[in-house]
Design a protein around this ligand. Structure first.
Ligand code: NDP
Length: 459
């Protein structure tokens, strides 16, 4: 008789947890249970990437309508029905939730609905009932984290922003990361008056400086007010329902909604991990080795709860690697180099490899940079610029970074990511024939590096 109830109990049915559980059960015949206290699908499918992208698609139609007039269309009486968008989005999420349930069922994974808590190295309690397993996988993801300022209870996060019954006329978005710029763009495109408040000097810390500056300028052209080096001290609800924000940058703001996107914290509170001997970092993230093992050998963790690279496709790769390593015969490691990513801002950002600053710290580089007006907006007269940038190692000729701000950046950078992963040199890019007329062809036609600032002299 088996020593444990299951071979694997996964806590968290998000993208990473579901992939690990399905592979363990269907490819290796492991007896697997997955614990979930909310909707199967997790952050990305239910509260993140998927509903966000649907809203972004919806948002783009306002500019499409603007462009259409330049092409001879008469676009009269364009109106948007926010509740219809939210209802349609929710219907799609329900469908996807059904798909995830079916995937788990077909793989033979048992769904334990309720809140999981780790009791010891081999036991998970679900709403008080103990279940045992040889391996426990923590895949509980993260949750928005908000600063403790007076009135913060009046703020919403991306969770609520995706489900607002009505679109607020005025919105303040606090934060300058992925989520903040994406939602600032969404609300702005649907017609809200958006102010984005960032404590730093520029949005998107950690991204290439040309990406940061270009996107901020484009967002401001579209009407988003970006307040830099600014912090909100308090939020007060007024009798008329509006919110008054007291800031330290010389401007107090009245708004209808304030959304905080000030980072996310690992979801480990109350999970019993520290008590079971699992080492957590100061932010509550599970500390894991290269094989995703925690300090307790039978307990592993993947995805945002480990707070390494907080992206869904990375969590899925980690889940896959865990299943192959634990139940298969070949230890598998995730390769974290050159992970492409996108910010679904307006216009979007696509990026892969090193920023210019990171590359310069490693050795001499040539920079190729192109700014141009996308052909699509030439007839409509819409004022939008695209920026593309390649960073090339002078020593090896390898393209070590590619960055883009502009329409379809995510779609374009995905392909460039393959080239960079394969070690492509600038000579390979130059030898590639462009597809004309596209924006993407610019990546293979940039011939002259920008003048190197280290060669410039001051009198
Ligand atoms: P990020 O870590 O990207 O950004 C947090 C932002 O909040 C930063 O601008 C930071 O400012 C600011 N901030 C932090 N604390 C405070 C504070 N107390 N007061 C004011 N500002 C503050 O977090 P997000 O919430 O945007 O996203 C979380 C993660 O989710 C991302 O890192 C990403 O991995 C993932 N994600 C990915 C997406 C994608 O791939 N398209 C989309 C959405 C999320 P500062 O720069 O000064 O530190």
């Amino acid at each position: 008789m088996a020593q444990y109830d299951y071979d694997l109990i996964t806590i968290g049915a998000g993208s990473g947890g579901v992939r690990a559980s399905r592979v363990a059960a269907s490819q290796f015949g492991a007896r697997v249970a997955i614990v979930e206290n909310s909707r199967v699908g997790g952050t990305c499918v239910m509260r993140g990437c998927v509903p966000k992208k649907l809203l972004i698609y919806g948002a783009h139609f306002s500019e499409e309508a603007e462009d259409a007039t330049g092409y001879g269309w008469t676009v009269d009486g364009v109106r948007h029905d926010w509740p219809a968008l939210i209802a349609n989005k929710n219907r799609e999420l329900q469908r996807l939730e059904g798909v995830y349930h079916r995937l788990l069922r077909d793989a033979g994974v048992t769904l334990l609905e309720g809140r999981g808590r780790v009791v010891d190295a081999h036991t998970v309690e679900v709403d008080g009932t103990p279940h045992t397993a040889e391996h426990i996988l923590i895949a509980v993801g993260g949750w928005p984290s908000l600063p403790a300022i007076p009135g913060i209870e009046h703020a919403i996060t991306s969770n609520e922003a995706l489900d607002l019954p009505a679109r607020p006329d005025r919105v303040v978005v606090v934060g300058g990361g992925y989520i903040a710029v994406e939602f600032a763009g969404i609300f702005n495109a649907f017609g809200s008056r958006v102010t984005e408040i960032i404590r730093a000097g520029q949005i998107l810390r950690g991204f290439d400086e040309d990406v940061r500056d270009t996107l901020a300028a484009e967002m401001e052209k579209k009407g988003i007010r970006v307040r830099r080096e600014c912090q909100v001290h308090s939020i007060e609800k007024q009798p008329d329902g509006s919110l008054s924000l007291l800031t330290d940058c010389g401007e107090d703001i009245t708004t209808d909604a304030v959304m905080y996107a000030t980072g996310r914290s690992p979801n480990t509170k109350g999970l019993g991990l520290a008590e079971a001997g699992v080492t957590l970092d100061p932010h509550g993230a599970v500390v894991v080795d290269q094989a995703n093992r925690s300090s307790v050998p039978s307990i592993a963790a993947i995805g945002d709860v480990t707070n390494r690279v907080n992206l869904t496709p990375v969590a899925i790769k980690e889940g896959m690697a865990f299943a192959l390593s634990t139940f298969g015969s070949a230890p598998t490691r995730v390769d974290y180099a050159d992970i492409p990513s996108a910010v679904f801002s307006q216009p979007p950002v696509g990026t892969v490899g090193l920023t210019e600053a990171q590359a310069r710290a490693q050795g001499p580089v040539d920079i190729y940079l192109s700014r141009f007006r996308p052909m699509k907006v030439t007839l409509s007269g819409r004022d939008e610029k695209t920026m593309m940038k390649l960073i090339v190692s002078r020593e090896t000729d390898r393209v070590v970074g590619a960055h883009m701000v502009g329409a379809d950046a995510a779609e374009i950078i995905q392909g460039i990511g393959i080239a960079i992963k394969a070690g492509a040199t600038k000579a390979h890019f130059d030898a590639t024939v462009g597809i004309h007329p596209t924006a993407a062809e610019e990546f293979v036609t940039m011939r002259d590096p920008v003048p190197d600032p280290s060669f410039e002299h001051t009198e």
